[in-house]
Design a protein. Structure first.
Length: 631
């Protein structure tokens, strides 16, 4: 796992950017603390920061070239089937000078070009340069586990693993109005957009290929999904197939020349991964976060129970709210593009503590999106099924709208959920999905902006982009339509972005066995009752591994990573909000936000009915911190 960056210059103006290559590479130091190197010729520069996982010797350093010097690669990720691919190449007479997967990928690309992408099992973002042809190939893995930003204009192509690297090339910093409108709805910015107009993100399963004359961006992979297909395989057979696929996936991800462990939250997903890993790695270490002051969210008792059953060396990092708060500014400072999923803080600390014991960690990410694990999935299914209960909740909409709503109490959170459910029932399929994916509606967010900022918004461009994000949802949707959209949108742009940024801040590689493409393809062959049935979410996953895990893990409320945002924003961060980042003077000077609307949201935060105002305020705090640092 590493950080990559580079430049392809089309002319003399573009070549001036070469002087920034070393600094742009250095900016990725946390992603690759072990080694840095660069390469450049007249047209192309490549930079690499290395986190040594496989073959930590100098032979595995990058940028890596073939024996002739014609071809070069910078690569971020892991190819799990590289040994099989290497054996194939050796049978053709190819010799190797390292034990790294990078060299195998390089030789495959030399022989097959972009056609080899479909043969790779792993996660990656890379750049492959052919100096003779003057061609450059950028590619991103199937599920979007590894990121890749790029900027393409008449003078140059720039690319990097993180925005902070691109900034060293002296790029333009005009805000993208569509990205801004979307960010304040979802609290993140989905690909292909970025916060800057000129910078884009390569989507999962896409490649960008260019030479001196032309370029093209194409999709080389999407999870196969036929919404009209019905599964005829017996449930027990499918359970066994899932168990075999997941065990094989975990085994692939245990290959490492450095210490490897597994996250273990105490939920089903991470417990399954840890249990399978422990079968093949008897000395496995597992890692959990405990919340001393938030017992409702603390799952360490379950994690310890799982660890005891599967026989791992377990580490619990007990955190107080003060411990969490003390890391808050570090997370804000590391953020080089606005991203306001508050659970990033917990992932940041878990990664920091885990890195003291291991360089690689397995995680359970992806299972919720593939097998329907979230509250919203159960809510969608209730609406799709209909019935008297759903109709009653809808009819009582006026009541839910006036009751106090907050995530911080059991009863007020239930009122919040009932209100969202009631409002969602009145929307179209796509609008319901979009509204439940975020924290604010389009009109609410537009009202936040000044008239001048609203004029910059081209709403037809926004709606066109939104339609593209939601293209998999028809007028009469199924649960799998919604999950497919989650896999294309929420998973890569929120969940995987969060894990990548927060783990890479500490040079920790996180591997996600659930996101092996064979498992994703399996998941979209399943009918809805195999995922949600009689209120049981992730049914087939739970049933397939029931014998491996403690009974106490089943049929209990889903929790996940939470941080006490509301309390912080009302007390500890009150000065930062009211006297600094969201102060009247800064808002007026900045000229982006309507002061009366910011005052209204600040007032709601302190009220007895805060609703989702804490999430909206947090998105503003993140943006303002980022704005002050970078603009």
């Amino acid at each position: 796992m590493c950080g990559i960056t580079g430049i392809y210059a089309f002319n003399m103006i573009g070549r001036v950017g070469m002087i920034h290559l070393a600094k742009a590479t250095e900016a990725l130091n946390s992603r690759g603390p072990d080694f840095q190197n660069t390469f450049h010729d007249n047209s192309v520069g490549l930079g690499h920061r290395r986190l040594s996982i496989l073959d930590p010797t100098p032979e595995g350093h990058q940028p890596m070239s073939d024996e002739t010097g014609r071809y070069r690669i910078v690569f971020n990720g892991e190819i799990y089937n590289f040994r099989e691919l290497r054996r194939e190449l050796e049978m053709t007479g190819q010799t190797f000078h390292s034990n790294s997967d990078t060299e195998v990928l390089l030789q495959l690309l030399i022989r097959e070009g972009k056609d080899c992408l479909s043969r790779l099992n792993g996660f990656f973002a890379f750049a492959f340069y052919d100096s003779q042809e003057g061609s450059l190939l950028l590619a991103r893995d199937r599920m979007g586990i590894k990121p890749l930003y790029y900027l393409l204009d008449q003078d140059r192509l720039l690319f990097a693993s993180e925005m902070k690297s691109l900034l060293h090339y002296g790029i333009g910093k005009d805000l993208d109005p569509t990205a801004l409108l979307t960010y304040f709805q979802l609290n993140y910015i989905p690909a292909p957009l970025s916060i800057f107009q000129d910078v884009k993100k390569l989507r999962p399963g896409e490649y960008l290929e260019l030479d001196r004359e032309s370029y093209e961006i194409k999709t080389w992979y999407q999870v196969p999904y036929d919404r009209n297909r019905s599964n005829s395989t017996a449930y027990d057979e499918l359970k066994n197939e899932l168990a075999e696929l997941l065990e094989k996936s975990v085994q692939k991800r245990l290959v490492s020349d450095v210490p490897l462990g597994s996250f273990l939250s105490g939920g089903i997903d991470s417990s399954v991964i840890a249990a399978l890993a422990a079968r093949h790695k008897p000395d496995l270490h597992t890692f959990s976060i405990g919340y001393r002051d938030e017992k409702f969210f603390d799952e360490t008792a379950y994690a310890r129970e799982v660890s005891k059953k599967i026989g791992t060396s377990h580490h619990v990092f007990e955190l107080s709210n003060r411990d969490l708060f003390d890391h808050l500014y570090q997370v804000l400072d590391y953020t080089d593009e606005p991203f306001a999923d508050s659970s990033a803080l917990a992932v940041y600390i878990l990664s920091k503590e885990t890195r003291k014991h291991a360089t690689v960690a397995l995680s359970g990410d992806g299972a919720d999106e593939l097998f329907a694990g979230y509250n919203k999935h159960a809510a969608f299914q209730r609406i799709l099924q209909g019935g008297s209960k759903a109709s009653l909740v809808k009819a009582l909409g006026p009541l839910w709208s006036i009751l106090p709503k907050s995530r911080n109490g059991r009863l007020t959170n239930k009122f919040r959920q009932l209100d969202r459910f009631s409002r969602g029932m009145k929307l179209s399929s796509k609008e319901r999905y979009w509204r439940w994916a975020g924290f604010a509606g389009e009109n609410d967010v537009r009202a936040m902006f000044t008239p001048e900022q609203r004029e910059k918004l081209n709403m037809s461009t926004y709606f066109q982009q939104k339609e593209e994000w939601l293209t998999a949802i028809p007028s009469r949707e199924t649960l799998n339509d919604l999950l497919y959209t989650d896999v294309r949108l929420v998973l890569p742009d929120d969940m995987l972005t969060k894990v990548d940024r927060m783990s890479m801040a500490h040079g920790l590689e996180v591997r996600v066995p659930f996101l092996d493409h064979e498992i994703a393809e399996f998941a979209f062959r399943l009918d809805t009752p195999f995922k949600i049935n009689e209120g049981i979410r992730k049914r087939i996953l739970q049933d397939a591994f029931r014998d491996m895990l403690p009974a106490s893990l089943y049929n209990r409320p889903k929790k996940g990573f939470e941080v006490p945002l509301l309390g912080w924003l009302r007390k500890d961060l009150n000065g930062l909000i009211n006297d600094d980042l969201l102060s009247d003077s800064f808002i007026k000077e900045q000229g982006i936000f309507d002061l009366s609307q910011i005052r209204r949201i600040r007032k709601q935060l302190q009220s007895s009915n805060p609703g989702d105002s804490h999430a909206r305020i947090w998105a503003l705090v993140v943006f303002q911190w980022w704005y002050r640092k970078y603009l």
